[in-house]
Ligand binder design. Structure first.
Ligand code: MN
Ligand code: MN
Length: 271
């Protein structure tokens, strides 16, 4: 069974509207290790007892995106060398580009299950091609996704619809979402969770809250039906200053436990 390595990416240099997500990893970590909750997962195993999860802390990022991307790829290479599965905490969503790049370097193009209110497919946003509004455009252009399935989407404009068509992105729009519309995906599987995919009532601590989102239960049911080996995952865009009573951080910590249990259940897959 694969061990899981948790690490934080405290950067929000590519946020388009307001910074704050750099403080996300520390807030999720505080909730995860707090005595307020326990380490159970809904799939059964307890994290730390039945499933090995080590926390590397935060990577020392610099606000130089090229340098930070290289540091992220390097860290994942170390994690994989140890036969472990990377589970990253953002940070803004721009970090998913180097994370998927590193997964594809090891496994070839991956299937991606992406939860978000936004498709993050902008060719560039406000002149920044590495914007947190653009990572999946960069991933698709680079050929790192053999299939990209987006869930929770409810902000599609014309440009992003055209981009989705151009890249063959499968979007399950929130307007007619039911969990059974999400396919059971083939591996190697990468899972990216932007917390704003959830409804703001469940996850208020984000920079771009968008009404009409997923319930926590819907997200968990989409996750648990996935049976393919998971090669990496991230939870991004927690903006602690906007959070209410730490509920979004506590949700982030729950998602760490549920992703860890899913990675464990879906089995070994180190190339
Ligand atoms: Mn988003
Ligand atoms: Mn996003």
């Amino acid at each position: 069974m694969p061990a899981i390595r948790l690490f934080g990416l405290p950067t929000d240099i590519n946020s388009s509207f307001e910074r704050g997500a750099a403080a996300g990893p520390a807030a999720i970590r505080a909730a995860l290790w707090s005595d307020r909750g326990n380490m159970a997962s809904e799939l059964g195993p307890e994290i730390g007892t039945d499933i090995a999860l080590t926390d590397d802390g935060d990577l020392p990022l610099t606000e130089d995106t090229a340098q930070d991307d290289a540091a992220i790829r390097r860290h994942i290479a170390y994690v994989r060398e140890d036969g472990e599965i990377p589970l990253a905490l953002g940070g803004d969503h721009a970090v998913t580009f180097p994370l998927v790049e590193a997964a594809a370097a090891c496994h070839g193009p991956v299937t991606i299950l992406h939860f978000d209110a936004h498709p993050d497919l902008y060719d560039d946003f406000a002149g920044n091609p590495r914007s947190h509004a653009s990572p999946f455009a960069r991933i698709c252009e680079a050929g790192h996704a053999k299939r990209l399935v987006q869930v929770g989407i409810r902000t599609l404009n014309r440009h992003c619809r055209e981009q989705a068509e151009r890249f063959g992105v499968e979007i399950i729009e929130m307007a007619d979402f039911t969990p059974d519309k999400v396919p059971v995906l083939e591996g190697p599987l990468y899972i990216s969770i932007d917390l704003d995919g959830l409804d703001p009532s469940a996850a208020p601590g984000v920079a771009h809250p968008e009404p009409g989102g997923l319930t926590v239960r819907e997200m968990l049911s989409v996750l648990r039906k996935q049976v393919a080996p998971i090669v990496g995952a991230d939870i991004v865009e927690l903006h602690p200053v906007r959070d209410l009573g730490d509920v979004t951080a506590i949700l982030g910590a729950k998602l760490v436990r549920e992703l860890a249990a899913l990675i464990d259940r879906n089995g070994p897959h180190i190339a």
